[in-house]
Design a protein around this ligand. Structure first.
Ligand SMILES: Nc1ncnc2c1ncn2[C@@H]1O[C@H](COP(=O)(O)OP(=O)(O)OP(=O)(O)O)[C@@H](O)[C@H]1O
Ligand SMILES: [Mg+2]
Length: 282
C-alpha cells in the first residue's frame, strides 16, 4: 500500500493553545480514513493545514511520496486535494453549474453547456443525483453538500476531505453519503472523514487516526477494533455506552414558547407557529 498523503510531526500553535502537537497522519491510496476526536481535539486545524488554509509551525507534508508546500487552497487543488467544509461555500441564487465552475473556469460564461454536461456525467458516475440546472436555494442541505462534492470532483480531486459532513444531514441523507463515499473509493479516490460519531466510522472507514487535545493517540484498523475501544482512546478513559438514568422528577414549566414565528423582511424563515414548554428536571 502506498501513502497518498503523509503529514509528519505536524505542530500548530494558536495563542494559548497547541492545536496540533507532533501529529502524524498517513492516508493510504483508496481507503476511507477517519479522524476521530472530541470537540477541540485539533481535527479541523490539521485538515486546514492540509488544505492550505493554515501553515504548520513544524512538520512536513508528502503527497504521493513527494514533499510539498501547500500555501493556499489553490495549491491543494493543484495537488488533487479537495475539501467539503463544515459550512458550505455556495452562492444561493446561482445554479449548481454556476457554483461549480465559479472560480475555476476563467471564461465563466463561455462553456456553461460543456460544464453542465461534465457535471451531469460526474453526478451519474458517483450516484450523486444532482440536476446541474437547479438553483442552490431550492435544493435540500443534503443536495447542497453533494454540490460541494461535485465541485471537488469537477476539479479532479483525488483526495477528498469531509469535515463533520453528517452534522447537517437527515438519517437517510447520511446513508446516501456513506454510499457516495464507498463509490468514491471504488473509483480509486481516497477519503478523509472527520467525525466524532463512532457508528459512522464503523459503517464506512477502513482505518482511523485518533487524536486527543492536539496529540496523536493511535491509528487503528476499524474492522478489528471495537467502538468502545475507539471511544476510550478518544476521551482518555473507559466509556460506558449505557446511560444509567432514573425516571425524571418533573417540576413546573420553566420555558414556554407560544406560536413562535421567525421572519426576515416579512418573509417566513422556516419556523411557523411553533410552541414548546419545558419543565424543570426533564
Ligand atoms: N484560528 C484559531 N485561532 C485560535 N484558536 C484556534 C483557531 N482554530 C482553532 N483553534 C483552537 O484550536 C483547538 C483545536 O480546534 P479545532 O477546530 O482544530 O478542533 P476540532 O477537533 O475540529 O473540533 P470540533 O469537533 O469542535 O470541530 C481548539 O482549542 C480551538 O479553540
Ligand atoms: Mg472541527
Amino acid at each position: 500500500m502506498s501513502h497518498v498523503i503523509e503529514m509528519l510531526n505536524i505542530r500548530k500553535e494558536f495563542p494559548g493553545i497547541v492545536a496540533n502537537d507532533d501529529i502524524t497522519l498517513q492516508v493510504e491510496q483508496g481507503e476511507i480514513h477517519a479522524i476521530l476526536g472530541e470537540n477541540g481535539a485539533g481535527k479541523s486545524t490539521l485538515m486546514s493545514i492540509l488544505f492550505g488554509l493554515y501553515h504548520a509551525d513544524k512538520g512536513k507534508i508528502l503527497v504521493r511520496g513527494k514533499e510539498v508546500h501547500i500555501h493556499s487552497p489553490n495549491d491543494a487543488n493543484d495537488l488533487g486535494i479537495g475539501m467539503v467544509h463544515q459550512h458550505f461555500q455556495l452562492v444561493h441564487n446561482f445554479t449548481v453549474t454556476e457554483n461549480i465552475i465559479l472560480g475555476k473556469e476563467g471564461k465563466f460564461f463561455l462553456d456553461r453547456k460543456g460544464a453542465s454536461k461534465k457535471i451531469k456525467a460526474l453526478s451519474e458516475k458517483y450516484g450523486l443525483n444532482i440536476d446541474p440546472d437547479m438553483i442552490i436555494e431550492d435544493i435540500t442541505v443534503g443536495m447542497q453538500q453533494r454540490v460541494e462534492i461535485l465541485k471537488m470532483l469537477y476539479r479532479d480531486a483525488e483526495i477528498l476531505i469531509f469535515d463533520e459532513p453528517t452534522a447537517v444531514l437527515t438519517p437517510q441523507e447520511i446513508e446516501d453519503l456513506m454510499q457516495i463515499m464507498r463509490n468514491l473509493v471504488a473509483e480509486g479516490k481516497s477519503v478523509i472523514l472527520i467525525t466524532h460519531k463512532l457508528n459512522e466510522i464503523k459503517a464506512v472507514a477502513d482505518r482511523c487516526t485518533i487524536i486527543r487535545r492536539g496529540q496523536l493517540i493511535g491509528v487503528v484498523d476499524v474492522k478489528s477494533t471495537s467502538a468502545s475501544k475507539m471511544a476510550s482512546m478518544m476521551v482518555g478513559r473507559p466509556v460506558n455506552f449505557k446511560v444509567d438514568k432514573k425516571p425524571a422528577q418533573v417540576g413546573r414549566v420553566i420555558l414556554d414558547l407560544h406560536d413562535l414565528r421567525v421572519m426576515n423582511n416579512k418573509k417566513l424563515l422556516g419556523v411557523k407557529d411553533f410552541s414548546l414548554s419545558v419543565k424543570a428536571g426533564e
